[in-house]
Design a protein around this ligand. Structure first.
Ligand SMILES: *Cc1c(COP(=O)(O)O)cnc(C)c1O
Length: 232
Protein backbone atom coordinates (compact mmCIF):
# COMPACT_ATOMS: atom_id res chain seq x y z
CA UNK A 1 0.00 0.00 0.00
CA UNK A 2 1.36 3.45 -0.93
CA UNK A 3 0.67 6.58 1.11
CA UNK A 4 -1.50 7.81 -1.75
CA UNK A 5 -3.60 4.64 -1.65
CA UNK A 6 -3.79 4.59 2.13
CA UNK A 7 -4.88 8.19 2.24
CA UNK A 8 -7.49 7.78 -0.50
CA UNK A 9 -8.88 4.73 1.26
CA UNK A 10 -9.12 6.45 4.64
CA UNK A 11 -10.75 9.53 3.12
CA UNK A 12 -13.32 7.38 1.34
CA UNK A 13 -14.11 5.46 4.52
CA UNK A 14 -14.54 8.70 6.51
CA UNK A 15 -16.85 10.08 3.82
CA UNK A 16 -18.92 6.88 3.71
CA UNK A 17 -19.24 6.71 7.49
CA UNK A 18 -20.30 10.38 7.56
CA UNK A 19 -22.91 9.96 4.84
CA UNK A 20 -24.29 6.84 6.48
CA UNK A 21 -25.32 8.92 9.47
CA UNK A 22 -26.32 12.04 7.56
CA UNK A 23 -23.20 14.08 8.31
CA UNK A 24 -21.25 16.24 5.89
CA UNK A 25 -17.77 14.67 5.46
CA UNK A 26 -16.34 18.20 5.40
CA UNK A 27 -17.14 18.49 9.13
CA UNK A 28 -14.47 15.93 9.91
CA UNK A 29 -10.78 16.82 10.06
CA UNK A 30 -8.39 14.00 9.25
CA UNK A 31 -5.26 14.23 11.38
CA UNK A 32 -2.54 12.09 9.79
CA UNK A 33 -0.52 10.60 12.65
CA UNK A 34 3.13 10.52 11.62
CA UNK A 35 4.93 9.40 14.78
CA UNK A 36 8.07 7.35 14.02
CA UNK A 37 7.86 8.32 10.32
CA UNK A 38 10.52 10.49 8.64
CA UNK A 39 9.88 14.00 7.26
CA UNK A 40 9.99 12.70 3.66
CA UNK A 41 6.91 10.55 4.28
CA UNK A 42 5.18 13.45 5.99
CA UNK A 43 5.91 15.76 3.07
CA UNK A 44 4.52 13.22 0.65
CA UNK A 45 1.27 13.13 2.62
CA UNK A 46 1.17 16.94 2.74
CA UNK A 47 1.65 17.11 -1.04
CA UNK A 48 -1.33 14.76 -1.30
CA UNK A 49 -3.44 17.28 0.57
CA UNK A 50 -2.99 16.46 4.27
CA UNK A 51 -3.51 19.69 6.24
CA UNK A 52 -3.17 18.38 9.80
CA UNK A 53 -0.59 16.05 11.29
CA UNK A 54 -0.39 14.48 14.73
CA UNK A 55 2.66 13.53 16.77
CA UNK A 56 2.66 11.93 20.20
CA UNK A 57 6.14 12.98 21.38
CA UNK A 58 7.16 16.62 21.87
CA UNK A 59 10.79 15.81 20.95
CA UNK A 60 9.65 14.42 17.61
CA UNK A 61 7.78 17.65 16.86
CA UNK A 62 10.92 19.62 17.69
CA UNK A 63 13.22 17.39 15.61
CA UNK A 64 11.05 17.15 12.49
CA UNK A 65 9.43 20.57 12.40
CA UNK A 66 11.96 22.38 10.21
CA UNK A 67 12.11 19.53 7.70
CA UNK A 68 8.38 19.42 7.07
CA UNK A 69 6.27 21.56 4.69
CA UNK A 70 3.86 24.06 6.26
CA UNK A 71 1.01 22.17 7.94
CA UNK A 72 -1.03 22.31 11.18
CA UNK A 73 0.68 20.32 13.94
CA UNK A 74 -1.23 18.55 16.74
CA UNK A 75 0.34 17.10 19.86
CA UNK A 76 -1.77 14.04 20.64
CA UNK A 77 0.33 12.13 23.18
CA UNK A 78 1.11 12.57 26.85
CA UNK A 79 2.78 15.90 27.62
CA UNK A 80 5.07 16.55 30.58
CA UNK A 81 5.37 20.14 31.72
CA UNK A 82 9.13 20.24 31.02
CA UNK A 83 8.50 19.39 27.33
CA UNK A 84 5.99 22.14 26.56
CA UNK A 85 8.86 24.31 25.37
CA UNK A 86 9.42 21.98 22.40
CA UNK A 87 5.93 22.45 21.02
CA UNK A 88 4.56 25.79 22.17
CA UNK A 89 5.65 27.65 19.02
CA UNK A 90 5.08 24.69 16.72
CA UNK A 91 1.72 23.13 17.52
CA UNK A 92 -1.69 24.63 16.79
CA UNK A 93 -3.46 22.28 19.19
CA UNK A 94 -2.68 20.03 22.15
CA UNK A 95 -5.17 17.14 22.44
CA UNK A 96 -3.85 15.52 25.59
CA UNK A 97 -4.40 17.99 28.42
CA UNK A 98 -5.31 16.17 31.60
CA UNK A 99 -4.57 18.39 34.59
CA UNK A 100 -4.93 21.94 35.90
CA UNK A 101 -1.18 22.02 36.46
CA UNK A 102 -0.58 21.28 32.77
CA UNK A 103 -3.15 23.93 31.72
CA UNK A 104 -1.34 26.51 33.86
CA UNK A 105 2.11 25.60 32.58
CA UNK A 106 0.98 25.65 28.92
CA UNK A 107 -0.53 29.08 29.52
CA UNK A 108 2.61 30.36 31.24
CA UNK A 109 4.67 29.40 28.17
CA UNK A 110 2.00 30.68 25.76
CA UNK A 111 2.12 34.09 27.46
CA UNK A 112 5.92 34.04 27.48
CA UNK A 113 5.97 33.28 23.73
CA UNK A 114 3.02 35.57 23.01
CA UNK A 115 1.31 32.71 21.19
CA UNK A 116 -2.33 31.64 21.43
CA UNK A 117 -2.81 27.89 21.64
CA UNK A 118 -5.88 25.64 21.49
CA UNK A 119 -6.24 22.65 23.77
CA UNK A 120 -8.57 19.69 24.16
CA UNK A 121 -9.20 17.97 27.47
CA UNK A 122 -8.43 14.25 27.30
CA UNK A 123 -11.09 12.14 28.99
CA UNK A 124 -10.66 8.52 30.02
CA UNK A 125 -14.24 7.63 29.17
CA UNK A 126 -13.90 3.87 29.49
CA UNK A 127 -12.29 3.93 32.93
CA UNK A 128 -9.65 1.53 31.60
CA UNK A 129 -6.65 1.67 33.94
CA UNK A 130 -3.92 1.93 31.33
CA UNK A 131 -5.35 4.97 29.55
CA UNK A 132 -4.38 8.51 30.38
CA UNK A 133 -6.92 11.30 30.64
CA UNK A 134 -9.17 12.57 33.40
CA UNK A 135 -12.24 10.83 34.77
CA UNK A 136 -15.50 12.35 33.47
CA UNK A 137 -16.29 13.59 37.00
CA UNK A 138 -13.15 15.76 36.95
CA UNK A 139 -14.05 17.52 33.70
CA UNK A 140 -16.05 20.32 35.25
CA UNK A 141 -13.16 21.51 37.43
CA UNK A 142 -10.83 21.74 34.42
CA UNK A 143 -13.43 23.61 32.37
CA UNK A 144 -14.01 26.02 35.26
CA UNK A 145 -10.27 26.62 35.35
CA UNK A 146 -10.17 27.64 31.65
CA UNK A 147 -11.53 31.02 32.72
CA UNK A 148 -8.24 31.71 34.52
CA UNK A 149 -6.11 31.22 31.37
CA UNK A 150 -5.22 34.03 29.00
CA UNK A 151 -3.65 32.60 25.84
CA UNK A 152 -4.73 28.97 26.13
CA UNK A 153 -8.22 28.16 24.86
CA UNK A 154 -10.28 25.02 25.40
CA UNK A 155 -11.82 23.89 22.11
CA UNK A 156 -13.22 20.49 22.95
CA UNK A 157 -12.53 16.98 24.19
CA UNK A 158 -10.37 14.04 23.18
CA UNK A 159 -10.47 10.35 24.01
CA UNK A 160 -8.73 7.09 23.14
CA UNK A 161 -11.04 4.08 23.10
CA UNK A 162 -9.78 0.76 24.44
CA UNK A 163 -8.87 -1.78 21.75
CA UNK A 164 -11.82 -3.61 20.19
CA UNK A 165 -11.03 -6.83 22.07
CA UNK A 166 -12.12 -4.99 25.23
CA UNK A 167 -15.60 -4.43 23.84
CA UNK A 168 -17.33 -2.35 21.20
CA UNK A 169 -15.58 1.07 20.98
CA UNK A 170 -18.86 2.63 19.83
CA UNK A 171 -20.17 2.45 23.40
CA UNK A 172 -17.29 4.63 24.62
CA UNK A 173 -17.66 7.02 21.66
CA UNK A 174 -21.38 7.38 22.39
CA UNK A 175 -20.61 8.15 26.02
CA UNK A 176 -18.06 10.76 24.90
CA UNK A 177 -20.61 12.39 22.59
CA UNK A 178 -23.11 12.58 25.47
CA UNK A 179 -20.51 14.19 27.70
CA UNK A 180 -19.51 16.60 24.90
CA UNK A 181 -23.13 17.63 24.28
CA UNK A 182 -23.87 18.09 27.97
CA UNK A 183 -20.87 20.39 28.37
CA UNK A 184 -21.72 22.22 25.16
CA UNK A 185 -25.13 23.17 26.52
CA UNK A 186 -23.51 24.92 29.49
CA UNK A 187 -21.48 28.10 29.67
CA UNK A 188 -17.84 28.07 30.75
CA UNK A 189 -15.62 31.08 30.21
CA UNK A 190 -12.90 30.52 27.56
CA UNK A 191 -14.39 27.14 26.58
CA UNK A 192 -15.86 26.42 23.17
CA UNK A 193 -17.03 22.84 22.59
CA UNK A 194 -16.18 22.67 18.90
CA UNK A 195 -13.94 19.63 18.47
CA UNK A 196 -14.44 16.04 19.52
CA UNK A 197 -11.18 14.20 18.77
CA UNK A 198 -11.71 10.43 18.70
CA UNK A 199 -11.10 7.49 16.40
CA UNK A 200 -7.85 5.82 15.24
CA UNK A 201 -7.03 3.33 12.46
CA UNK A 202 -9.01 0.53 14.10
CA UNK A 203 -12.12 2.47 15.00
CA UNK A 204 -12.40 5.80 13.15
CA UNK A 205 -15.58 4.90 11.27
CA UNK A 206 -17.37 4.13 14.54
CA UNK A 207 -16.07 7.44 15.93
CA UNK A 208 -17.37 9.39 12.92
CA UNK A 209 -20.78 7.78 13.35
CA UNK A 210 -20.76 8.86 17.00
CA UNK A 211 -19.95 12.50 16.21
CA UNK A 212 -16.15 12.83 16.02
CA UNK A 213 -15.03 16.09 14.39
CA UNK A 214 -11.36 15.03 14.34
CA UNK A 215 -10.00 11.54 13.71
CA UNK A 216 -6.35 10.64 14.34
CA UNK A 217 -5.23 8.03 11.83
CA UNK A 218 -1.71 6.64 11.45
CA UNK A 219 -1.18 3.04 10.37
CA UNK A 220 -4.17 2.92 7.99
CA UNK A 221 -2.41 5.65 5.98
CA UNK A 222 1.31 4.96 6.47
CA UNK A 223 1.37 1.24 7.26
CA UNK A 224 2.74 -0.38 10.40
CA UNK A 225 5.18 1.60 12.53
CA UNK A 226 8.67 0.32 13.26
CA UNK A 227 9.50 1.34 16.81
CA UNK A 228 12.97 -0.16 16.50
CA UNK A 229 14.22 2.64 14.24
CA UNK A 230 15.19 6.16 15.24
CA UNK A 231 12.20 8.41 14.70
CA UNK A 232 13.67 11.36 12.87
C1 LIG B 1 -0.55 6.64 17.46
C2 LIG B 1 -1.79 7.37 17.85
C3 LIG B 1 -2.90 7.43 16.98
C4 LIG B 1 -2.94 6.73 15.64
O1 LIG B 1 -2.87 5.34 15.78
P1 LIG B 1 -3.16 4.34 14.56
O2 LIG B 1 -3.74 3.15 15.20
O3 LIG B 1 -1.86 4.10 13.90
O4 LIG B 1 -4.11 5.02 13.65
C5 LIG B 1 -4.01 8.15 17.39
N1 LIG B 1 -4.05 8.78 18.58
C6 LIG B 1 -3.01 8.75 19.44
C7 LIG B 1 -3.12 9.47 20.74
C8 LIG B 1 -1.86 8.05 19.10
O5 LIG B 1 -0.82 8.02 19.96
Amino acid sequence: MTIEEGLANVRKRIANAARECGRDPAEITLIAVTKTHPPEMMNEAIRLGVTDIGENKPQEVRDKFDKVLPVRWHLIGHLQTNKIKYIIDRCAMIHSVDSIKLMDEIDRLAVLHNKDIDILIQVNISGELSKSGIAPEELESLLEHAGALSKTHVKGLMTIAPKAEFGDPAIHFQNMKKLFDSVKSRKFENVEMRELSMGMSGDFEAAVKCGATMVRVGSAIFGARNYGQPSA
